[in-house]
Design a protein around this ligand. Structure first.
Ligand code: SAH
Length: 249
């Protein structure tokens, strides 16, 4: 089934033998793709299952489908990767969320750090999270992912992040300090790694204090070499390497 015919439906609209598509996708199915009764579509529930379904009826508000098959899709990364990403100016986080999804992240945690250029008002925060969740859903759909990465509620400090993920097996904070460990010098280990927590800073970088906090919680400082990457490039590079080291690249 092509990507164009793959739709997300929340579990509450999926019964054993019937799926009801609502919202924007209805217009897409009926008016853009011009599909109707008898046509097949693919549905995913964001929780790991994909369904083959046949459209049985359409109205202005919903498309009803009969379930033909239900399969567990196993294309999720074997390592659970959490990206603690300092919020950035403008819409840079939109792209980071999109690309992180493609690269197999399990969740993205936006962080308000000391040198963040963007001042997020709390009233704007929920809207932003909602927007990033939508982007995450779109990117998952596009990249054929079975699970939709969660965009967690913004954490107010690096300390909150570090203590929350303190028991993760691999914990790294990326910092443009030439003397710190290079990524290529990290031990990959022999046994499978279950979870990884990553911290990437804002345009202005981390403060000494933030680095100290991360170290206290067992995070290792890692360098991506002698060049400074832009804040929006760093997480993409980091995720690619993590998938290569411990994931499924
Ligand atoms: N403070 C810097 C720029 C920070 S870049 C300056 O203007 O001089 C934004 C983030 O990307 C950093 O906080 C870090 O997490 C990551 N980053 C960029 N280049 C890096 C490198 N060479 N090694 C490790 N992390 C890097």
């Amino acid at each position: 089934m092509t990507i164009r015919r793959r739709f997300f439906v929340a579990l509450e609209n999926i019964k054993e033998d019937e799926i009801v598509v609502q919202g924007q996708d209805v217009i897409h199915i009926r008016n853009v793709l011009r599909l109707g009764p008898g046509d097949n579509v693919a549905i995913f529930d964001g929780e790991g299952f994909q369904y083959r379904a046949e459209i049985t009826s359409t109205t202005r508000d919903e498309v009803k489908c009969k379930v033909l098959s239900r399969d567990l899709v196993q294309n999720e990364s074997p390592v659970e990767i959490v990206l603690g990403q300092s919020v950035l100016k403008g819409t840079k986080i939109d792209d980071i969320v999109r690309k992180s999804c493609e690269l197999g992240v399990a969740s993205v945690v936006p962080l308000v750090t000391q040198r963040c250029a963007l001042k997020l008002k709390s009233s704007d925060q929920d809207k932003k999270i909602e927007r990033w969740q939508k982007i995450s859903l779109g990117a998952s759909k596009q990249s054929g992912r079975a699970r939709v990465p969660s965009i967690l509620k913004t954490m107010k400090s690096i300390e909150e992040f570090c203590s929350h993920y303190a028991n993760y097996e691999i914990k790294l904070i990326f910092h443009e300090d030439e003397n710190s460990l290079r990524f290529s010098e990290l031990e990959r280990g022999d046994s499978a790694i279950k979870n990884v927590a990553l911290l990437v800073g804002p345009e202005g970088g981390w403060t000494e204090n933030e680095i100290k906090t991360a170290i206290e919680y067992g995070f290792r400082i890692v360098s991506l070499g002698p060049r400074i990457l832009r804040a929006e490039t760093a997480p993409i590079a980091v995720l690619s390497i993590v998938q290569f080291f411990w994931g499924d690249f």
